[in-house]
Design a protein around this ligand. Sequence first.
Ligand SMILES: Cc1cc2nc3c(=O)[nH]c(=O)nc-3n(C[C@H](O)[C@H](O)[C@H](O)COP(=O)(O)OP(=O)(O)OC[C@H]3O[C@@H](n4cnc5c(N)ncnc54)[C@H](O)[C@@H]3O)c2cc1C
Length: 406
Amino acid sequence: MKILTTDIAVIGGGVIGLATALQLRTEGRDVVLIEPNEPGSGASYGNAGTVADYAIIPVGTPSVLRNIASLLLNADSPLAIRKAALPTLFPWLARFAYESLPHRYRDNTRKLSDLLSEASPEWLELAAQIDASDLLSAKGCLYLYQTEQAFKSAQSDIALRRNVGIEQQLMSPDEVSRMEPNLPQIAGGGLFFPKAINFTDPGMVMKRLEQAAATAGVFFLKDAASTIVRQHRRVRVTARSTMVDAKTVVIAAGAHSGRLAAQVGDRVQLDTERGYHLEFDMDEMPVERPVCPTKHGFYFCPMAGRLRVAGTVELGGLSAPANQRRLDALLTNARRVFPYLGAPTRSWLGFRPSMPDSVPVIRPSKGGRDVILAFGHGHIGLTLAPRTARMVSRMIAAQMHEDMQS
Ligand SMILES: Cc1cc2nc3c(=O)[nH]c(=O)nc-3n(C[C@H](O)[C@H](O)[C@H](O)COP(=O)(O)OP(=O)(O)OC[C@H]3O[C@@H](n4cnc5c(N)ncnc54)[C@H](O)[C@@H]3O)c2cc1C
C-alpha cells in the first residue's frame, strides 16, 4: 500500500473540507484532501445557495417542541420522519427535544449568532479569492408568512434577530407584492433581509473552490478514509489504496463524520436531516431573490438557467433512497405558489450533517489536538465554510506552536 506523508490530511471534500484545505494550503501547509467522489458533490452541491447570516434560530425551538408529534408524524410536513428509522433516531430525537427547551434554545441561538456574525464579509472575501464573485447575488432574501397568525408567531424570532443586530424589514402584503410581483397575494406579511447574499450556482462554487485549492497545491486523493489511528506524533489515515501519515487530521466528512470521530474517541450525536430539491429549467425567473414560504420550509432560489426549490427536513438516516412522497409534497407546495410549474427537470436528495442543537462541531478531538473535528453544520454549512476554515486553521496554528515549545 502506498504511503503519503503530509502536514495535514483533510477527510471530506464538501464545502467545509475544500475551504479548510484551501485556507491551510494558503498558509503554507502541505495538505492532502481525501475524497472518494467528485469534490463538492454531497450536500454542498444541491443546497439553496443562501449565505444565511440571519439564520440564527436553531431547528429545535420551544414552538417546534410543542408541535413535534404532529410535525414528525405528518409525512408531508416540513419536518418529517421516516417511521422505520424511529428506533435508530431515538437518542438523537431525545437530545433534540432537550435542546428545544427554552433555556437551551436561547443558548443555541446565541452560539449560532456568534458563528454567523461575519459570514457575508467572510464569503465575499473567499469568493474573490476563488474567482467566484460572479456567482454571488446581493438582492437580499425574503421570508413569507401566509397568515396574520403566522406573522404574529414569528415576532419573537424577529426580536431575537434584532437584538443581535441583524438587519430585517417587516413588509405588508402589498409591499411584498411590489417587491416580488409574481408572487400570489398573501394575508400575513413578509420579512426582508436586505443585506443577505446568495450564490446562483452552488455546484459551480464548489468547482471554483476545488480549482483554487488544486492550483494552490492541495493534493486530492480520490479515496475513502476508513480508519484513523494515532501514532507517536503522527496520525495515520488508512484509505482503500493509500495510507496518509499526517501531523494533523481534519474530519470534515459531513454527515458521514460520526464513525470517523468515534475512532479517535469522540462520540458525537451526529445524524442527518435529509433535504430535497427540485429544479425547473427556465429563462425568466418568477422571483428575483431567494424567497422562503416559511410554512413549507423551503426556498425558491433563482439560479443560473433554473429555478431551484430546495429545503424541507426528513429525519431518516443515510442509507434509504429518496422518498418520492417528500418530492411530491415539495412539488405540490411549490405549485401552491406558482401553479404553472410543470414537471421538474431534475430532483435531488442531500444529507445535511446535523447535530441536535443545530450547532456545528468545530473543535479539537477530546483525545488530542492532532485531530480536529469540523462537521455538523446542518442548515448553514455553505454559510459557515469560510469561518470554519479559519477556526480550524487557528486551532492547528495553536497546536503547532505548542509542539514547538514542548
Ligand atoms: C436542501 C438543502 C438546502 C440547504 N440550503 C443551504 C443554504 O441555503 N445555505 C447554507 O449555508 N447551507 C444550506 N444547506 C446545508 C449545507 O448544504 C450543508 O451544511 C453543507 O453542504 C455541509 O457541508 P460538508 O462539507 O460538511 O458536507 P458535504 O457537502 O456532504 O461533504 C462531505 C464530503 O465528505 C465525503 N466523505 C464522506 N465519507 C468520507 C470518507 N470516509 N472519506 C473521505 N471523504 C468522505 C463525502 O463524499 C462528501 O463529499 C442546505 C442543505 C440541504 C440538504
